[in-house]
Design a protein around this ligand. Structure first.
Ligand code: ATP
Ligand code: MG
Length: 582
């Protein structure tokens, strides 16, 4: 608890004034609660003993004034606590988001989206709830409880002591309640995240569900989680219901004791009627805090647990080791060299002893069976993952010696798994260079062959594409991704399976256009089709993480190895021009 507050210090500190002022308002609001029971008691005694009406009028006026003042205070601290909590979670959310941007592929590989989303929403909400509600409820009830106890002892120690005897019982019930609800709360949260995952996956995979006619199964799957969620909530409600009668009984017991012991004391002349009434009006001030105890404990525990989860993400370290004296803001030439590079995903060996070199302006073709490590190889160049052994050099320097932004700014990748934002086509193309001129966007689009299909959309480049590019064909998406990579004008351009979904004629056009602009640029083309790589200066053929053949189209055909086999299999698809080239 205190650890959590300490860890949150930097978030609370900037809004300390807001926090203190709202806490003070709550404190005064709670302290003034004593005015009503005290004055009512006094008024009754004055009326009964000396029929003093001025005191009655004065007292009533004070009660009215205090009530109005308290209403204002209550409004004040509600608003201030809300403001304070919103500011704190705003900063926290921002830091979480910035952190997410800094984390590397390996974090996202191992963390489900649902888990990240639940930190950004559910846990942040629990933290907000604590600052907006639990804090002032706790301050208010603690203060009210303490002054009520003091007031009771001042009015009549005998009656006060009798009441105190009941306090441990209510406390016990309240704490027991919070203890039995706690695990259920955790289960509810867990179940809610399961329910969310089912819905999220169903929406993302809606086409697959329909294509395989699995709607009934999906409904059943959802119903199962929905039912479990309902049950867990019912369990929580049941715990409250089971304990409520006991808590209510104690509240009644308070009344009975006050009435019974109070009457005896009055009869014995040890207490006035006014004092008894005042006592009665103080009862809620000790009863409510005790009843709320469980709620306050749960809210606080929830807050601590949620903050721990959020902190876990905030403390997450990127696997990248940044060197202090890194080379920044340079424009790289694009000389790439792999020296005995091996890479493992956790324990799975993916690349073994890969060595090759490319000069600026050269094109490397990467060919190989599915899962042979092509995408992994190129992801090492941008340091999305760190090589397990060996070294990668760019322009003669190990890639680790570059500042990570400089390195990545010099490399653009059209990734195999294409992602488009819900934005215009132009916005998607210019994503990496937001200040790119229209002309630049059009130029990149033209090279990538986007201009060939853009006219089918009414709004041309201003057409908004749906989430992940809904409304576009696979080949259209690939061409947008290619334009996005080209527009960055990188030293190293990497195309991972980028033309696999476009027809061969379009691919040929695109590759010819690319050649024109790539004179000084190092280009990697990953493909399964010979037609995509045949013109490359160097072709690397990969299998099970190793380079098994290397050479040019002609030399590889002469070797009559893997490349030759693939070529003969695909030959039927080739046009005359290609065959002549062979
Ligand atoms: N994030 C990851 N975590 C663990 N293993 C991975 C990860 N990504 C890829 N792999 C594994 O690494 C191996 C190489 O994958 P990679 O994506 O590099 O192949 P590829 O040659 O690009 O295949 P494709 O032609 O199908 O795109 C595969 O066995 C794959 O299962
Ligand atoms: Mg791949």
């Amino acid at each position: 608890m205190f650890k959590t507050f300490k860890a949150m210090k930097s978030y609370i500190q900037p809004y300390k004034k807001l926090y203190i002022s709202s806490a003070l308002m709550t404190l005064v609001f709670a302290l003034l609660a004593i005015v009503d029971p005290y004055l009512v008691g006094q008024i009754i005694d004055h009326v009964l003993t000396d029929q003093d009406t001025t005191f009655v009028i004065m007292g009533s006026l004070i009660i009215m004034g205090v009530t109005i003042f308290r209403t204002m205070l209550r409004y004040g601290y509600f608003v201030t606590f809300e403001k304070f909590s919103q500011k704190v979670v705003y900063d926290l959310r921002k830091d979480l988001y910035v952190k997410l941007q800094s984390l590397d592929f390996s974090y996202f590989d191992k963390t489900p989206n649902g888990q990240i989303m639940s930190k950004m929403t559910g846990d942040i909400e629990a933290i907000r709830h604590f600052f907006a509600w639990i804090t002032h409820v706790t301050i208010f009830h603690s203060v009210v409880f303490i002054i009520a106890i003091i007031a009771m002892f001042m009015i009549n120690p005998v009656l006060a002591s009798t009441l105190i005897l009941i306090v441990p019982f209510i406390t016990f019930f309240s704490i027991r309640l919070s203890k039995s609800v706690k695990p259920i709360f955790a289960e509810i949260r867990e179940q809610f995240s399961k329910l969310n995952t089912v819905v999220q996956e169903n929406i993302s995979g809606n086409k697959l569900v329909k294509a395989l006619a699995r709607e009934p199964y999906e409904i059943e799957k959802f119903q199962k989680e929905n039912e479990a969620y309902k049950e867990k909530n019912m369990d929580a409600a049941k715990v409250w219901e089971d304990n409520l009668p006991a808590l209510d009984a104690f509240a009644v017991l308070f009344n009975v004791v006050v009435l019974f012991v109070g009457s005896i004391l009055i009869l014995k002349g040890k207490m006035t009627i006014g004092e008894l009434v005042a006592f009665n009006r103080l009862l809620w001030m000790i009863n409510n805090p005790l009843r709320m105890l469980g709620w306050m404990i749960n809210g606080t525990q929830n807050f601590v647990a949620s903050f721990d989860r959020v902190k876990e993400l905030l403390d997450e370290k990127s696997d990248l080791i940044e060197h202090k004296e890194s080379i920044a803001h340079t424009h790289l030439k694009g000389y790439v060299r792999f020296e005995k590079v091996s890479f493992h995903y956790e324990d799975l060996p993916v690349l073994e002893d890969v060595s090759f070199e490319v000069n600026p302006g050269q094109t490397v073709g990467l060919l190989g069976s599915t899962g042979s490590g092509k995408s992994t190889l190129i992801s090492l160049i941008s340091r999305f993952y760190e090589a397990t052994s060996g070294q990668i050099l760019i322009d003669g320097e190990p890639i680790e010696s570059y500042d990570i932004y400089t390195l990545r700014n010099n490399i653009s990748i059209a990734m195999q798994d294409i992602f488009l934002f819900s934005d215009t086509i132009e916005g998607n193309i210019a994503y990496g260079v937001p200040d790119a001129s229209r002309i630049k966007v059009r130029l990149a689009a033209e090279i990538a062959g986007v201009n060939e299909f853009i006219h089918q959309f009414d709004d041309n480049y201003d057409t908004i594409v749906g989430e992940r590019g809904v409304g576009l064909s696979g080949g259209q998406r690939q061409r947008i991704a290619l334009a996005r990579a080209i527009i960055e004008d990188p030293a190293i351009l990497i195309l991972d399976d980028t033309t696999s979904a476009v027809d061969m004629e379009t691919e040929y056009k695109i590759l010819t256009e690319l050649k024109k602009i790539n004179e000084n640029r190092t280009t990697f083309i990953i493909a399964h089709r010979i037609s995509s790589v045949k013109d490359a200066d160097i072709i690397l053929v990969m299998d099970e993480g190793r380079i098994i053949e290397r050479g040019t189209h002609t030399s590889l055909l002469e070797e009559q190895g893997y490349y030759y086999d693939v070529f003969t299999q695909q030959m039927g698809e080739f046009d005359v021009e290609t065959r002549e080239g062979a």
